[in-house]
Ligand binder design. Structure first.
Ligand code: HEC
Length: 95
């Protein structure tokens, strides 16, 4: 194979690697919110409540689990941590 082509492939792989690593580093709470919470309703209902405190999110997430949301205890805690730390209007919950 042409050395230049090999060089290009190598460069593409090297440039792509940090992007891949980045997507894997999405915080667990954010991942749960953007995948599990949107299966029943739009993010908008979450977005409009971002000014709420931790106890609101603890009880709300528990209620969502009661409605059939299937997440582990670790994911539940992560999403509560995530949502109680977000400023109103934060992306990707609000966009
Ligand atoms: C199994 C379906 C389901 C999943 C998954 C789900 N919800 Fe809900 N959610 C509902 C329904 C249905 C409502 C409508 C209000 C009601 O019935 O109490 C709702 C309403 C809400 C509301 C509106 C305010 C309120 O108190 O009713 C918020 C905020 C909310 N959900 C947050 C979340 C978050 C955060 C997640 C992910 C951790 C989530 N939901 C996942 C079903 C779900």
């Amino acid at each position: 194979m042409d050395k230049r082509i090999l060089g290009l492939i190598l460069a593409a792989l090297l440039l792509g690697a940090p992007l891949l690593a980045c997507s894997q580093e999405q915080p667990l709470g954010e991942k749960v919110e953007t995948t599990a919470c949107v299966t029943c309703h739009a993010n908008l209902v979450v977005c409009t409540n971002l000014d709420q405190d931790r106890s609101y999110w603890e009880s709300t997430v528990k209620r969502m689990v009661g409605k059939g949301m299937d997440i582990t205890e670790e994911e539940e805690k992560a999403v509560v941590d995530y949502l109680s730390g977000l400023e109103p209007g934060s992306e990707p919950v609000c966009k």
